[in-house]
Design a protein around this ligand. Structure first.
Ligand SMILES: C[S@@+](CC[C@H](N)C(=O)[O-])C[C@H]1O[C@@H](n2cnc3c(N)ncnc32)[C@H](O)[C@@H]1O
Length: 218
């Protein structure tokens, strides 16, 4: 994708704005040693702050992205199974043999969340998110969301998760997907855009995130 001067300026502005208004975010990124970058953290925080509603953090690992999103003041559902990545498919060649990558424990997750803020309203939903999200939707505990951050690295769980979320999308939500460059993520996003009335709103050059939105009444 061609990177315009506007893209560069916008990315710099986000970073600068974040540094001025939320210096704590940079500290948290370094402290947690999580898997999102500082600029991604600022972007997620500002996106959630602008969008009141339920926030979904899908693939929470030791809690960094969930904590950053919760600083917006919104309720966050954090989805994690504490088993690391699932089996890579033929569409995820760069993840072959990396099933056990990113294993963490529930204790680490809870400790991290507790350390940062007692007020943080983060509800852990433990288990396979391709099952727990549909279950939450069926039980009507999850009927809408404003921002979802998906960080599952692989084709199948990512595509299934986006499809579940689109089933309750009313339009104007933001679905942010990490690891833009991974083959399986690219394929999942391309197929979603092709088969649903969903647009890639922006592919951020420095952020390396896909941002999907379903236009209202789309
Ligand atoms: C790259 S890490 C997430 C990093 C995290 N967002 C952060 O800010 O540091 C991916 C996480 O997704 C989790 N995961 C993968 N597949 C899952 C599934 N089907 N259900 C729930 N969690 C899953 C893994 O256990 C791992 O902790």
């Amino acid at each position: 994708m061609t990177r315009t001067i506007n893209d560069k300026v916008r990315d710099r502005l986000i970073l600068l704005h974040g540094l001025i208004t939320k210096p704590r975010i940079g500290f948290l990124v370094r402290k947690f040693g999580g898997m999102i970058s500082e600029i991604q953290a600022y972007y997620l925080y500002h996106l959630a702050k602008k969008r009141p509603g339920v926030i979904l953090d899908i693939g929470s690992h030791s809690g960094l992205s969930a904590v950053i999103l919760s600083l917006s003041g919104n309720k966050v559902f954090a989805f994690e199974w504490f088993k690391g990545l699932s089996l890579a498919s033929e569409f995820d060649p760069n993840f072959a043999g990396k099933e056990k990558n990113y294993i963490t424990s529930k204790n680490t997750f809870l400790e991290n969340i507790g350390k940062v803020s007692k007020r943080a309203e983060i509800e852990l939903v433990e288990g396979d998110c391709t099952k727990t999200i549909p279950a939450l939707i069926n039980s009507k505990r999850l009927q809408s969301f404003s921002v979802a951050f998906i960080d599952l690295d692989l084709y199948h769980p990512t595509k299934e998760t986006i499809e579940s979320l689109l089933s309750i999308s009313r339009g104007n939500e933001k679905i942010v997907i990490h690891d833009q460059a991974a083959n399986g993520i690219q394929k999942a996003v391309e197929e979603i855009v092709r088969n649903h009335s969903v647009a890639i709103e922006r592919e951020w050059p420095i952020l390396t995130l896909n941002v999907l939105s379903k236009p209202k009444h789309g």
